[in-house]
Design a protein around this ligand. Structure first.
Ligand code: 4AD
Ligand code: MG
Length: 434
């Protein structure tokens, strides 16, 4: 029986299912037995259905075996679909047979356990309703991004993760011993995407990025999923327009296809469907003025931290582009603003409702001397970037790109307090297991 195709649990809820015999299999979410009747909630990937099994139908031996199945044990059930207003979803399955696939040991996860314990048992906790909903939305988001990029004729590339130079500056790179030479876990695929740009013009990568940031905040992970796009012949306005189109398209796609999951997590899909371009733009200098008026001790040149970013969009249902940051605050590869050498052609997209930066974007510096000057200023060893300089020597064209943190956008979409709730196995300074 185990190998044979089974019906999805959702089949029990079809309009013509009442009276039909179905054969389902899945995990027991909970069970209770009284007076020779066993109630099981059976979950598969399509839903959950109540199963009722009677001792006099199953026979004593099969009934006893079914009664001993633990939470998250696995059974196969054959039975008839019946209407029952008391059952979740108004249907139940009246079992003719229950076969135990794995009775399981007592499931160690309960409601009132500490967060630390739940993180230790993450491999089991991810079966919870909230996590199931979360990771379905996440899969939908990744799919929507790839679909959008495909329609925009952007090609997926496969950059390396083991690298010989840090893309975002050394301080927050995980260093490794690469057979006696220094190596780094990728912080960003950007430099490789810039190399792939010359023949392909429009490229992207969806890869893990690593940041050795000790900061324990609700929005930092040490390993996160990074979508990065690099576009030839694009300026800052063109880049922001692209990002806007992308964020609106994928947000709508997720809302259309994962409404029930969003609702379960406390986000109304209608709110996401209301998202529309254009998003407001605010120059860094104006952001500083606004924040200073609101009482932040901030002057030109100061970085926008969590609190500042939060204040800028707390009351807003749309994202906000903050543009033209001071160059000292930003990475070496960002292009100097044509009208103002103190700033760079960069934009961070801040999520609505105070959730903070979700995209970092910029035009790339095409002037080799300026690139080298910036690297010297931050004390980076220039020889590690020699291959990157070649890109400025051969077929150098204006180009721009950005990185989107998958967990950052999800944290906003799903209104999660902590970013770790958007990734199955979060990596933070204090944890890299399970
Ligand atoms: O702003 P960042 O550092 O930009 C880059 O790495 C560029 N090279 C990307 C590019 O242009 N190709 O990172 C981009 C995004 C951030 O906006 C944020 O969403 C996410 O990556 N991010 C993190 N997400 C989770 N945990 C962290 N520690 C993150 N650091 C950055
Ligand atoms: Mg950034």
């Amino acid at each position: 029986m185990s190998g044979a195709p089974a019906d999805p649990v959702a089949r029990a809820f079809a309009s013509d299912a009442v009276g039909a015999t179905v054969h389902v299999r899945g995990w027991v979410q909970r069970s209770r037995s009284s007076g020779g009747i066993l109630f099981l909630h059976l979950r598969d990937r399509t839903g959950t259905v109540q199963v009722t099994a009677k001792r006099d139908v199953l026979g004593a031996e099969a009934f006893d075996a079914a009664e001993h199945v633990q939470v998250e044990g696995v059974v196969e059930v054959e039975g008839a679909v019946a209407d029952d207003p008391r059952a979740p979803g108004g249907r139940e399955l009246r079992a003719r047979s229950v076969k135990v696939v794995d009775a399981g040991l007592p499931f160690p996860i309960f409601q009132e356990q500490t967060e630390e314990f739940r993180l230790d048992k993450r491999h089991l906790v991810i079966r919870s309703d909230d996590h199931v909903a979360t990771f379905r939305v996440r899969a939908e988001l990744l799919r929507a991004l790839r679909t959008f990029l495909d329609t925009e004729e952007v090609l997926e590339m496969s950059p390396p993760i083991l690298t010989g130079n840090p893309a975002e500056g050394g301080a927050e790179a995980f260093t490794i011993d690469y057979f006696g030479r220094p190596g780094y876990l990728s912080q960003s695929a950007q430099l490789y995407l810039e190399a792939m740009l010359a023949p392909h013009e429009r490229v992207y990568a969806l890869t893990p990025s690593f940041r050795a940031e000790k900061s324990r905040t609700p929005r930092h992970l040490t390993e996160y999923q990074h979508l990065e796009v690099e576009l030839a012949w694009t300026d800052l306005d063109g880049l922001m327009a692209f990002i806007e189109r992308m964020v609106v398209a994928v947000t709508h796609a997720v809302a259309e296809r994962r409404g029930p999951e969003l609702r379960q997590l406390g986000r109304k899909p209608e709110e996401l469907l209301a998202l529309a371009a254009p998003f407001p733009r605010l120059a860094y200098a104006e952001a500083v003025d606004r924040l200073a008026r609101e009482g932040f001790p901030l002057t030109w040149g100061g970085d926008l931290g969590t609190a500042e970013e939060r204040a800028l969009t707390l009351e807003s249902a749309v994202p906000l582009f903050v543009t033209r940051y001071p160059r000292e605050l930003k990475a070496f590869y960002m292009r100097r603003s044509p009208g103002d050498p103190r700033t760079v052609e960069a934009a961070d997209l801040l999520a609505p409702e105070g959730y903070g930066e979700m995209v970092g974007a910029s035009c790339r510096e095409t002037d080799l001397a300026l690139l080298q000057e910036r690297l010297r200023a931050i004390g980076a060893p220039l020889e590690e970037y020699e291959w990157y300089f070649d890109l400025r020597r051969h077929g150098n064209v204006p180009h721009a790109g950005f990185g989107l943190g998958i967990e950052r956008i999800l944290r906003w979409m799903l209104r999660r307090e902590h970013i770790r709730e958007t990734i199955p196995f979060p990596r933070t300074p204090s944890r890299h297991t399970p």
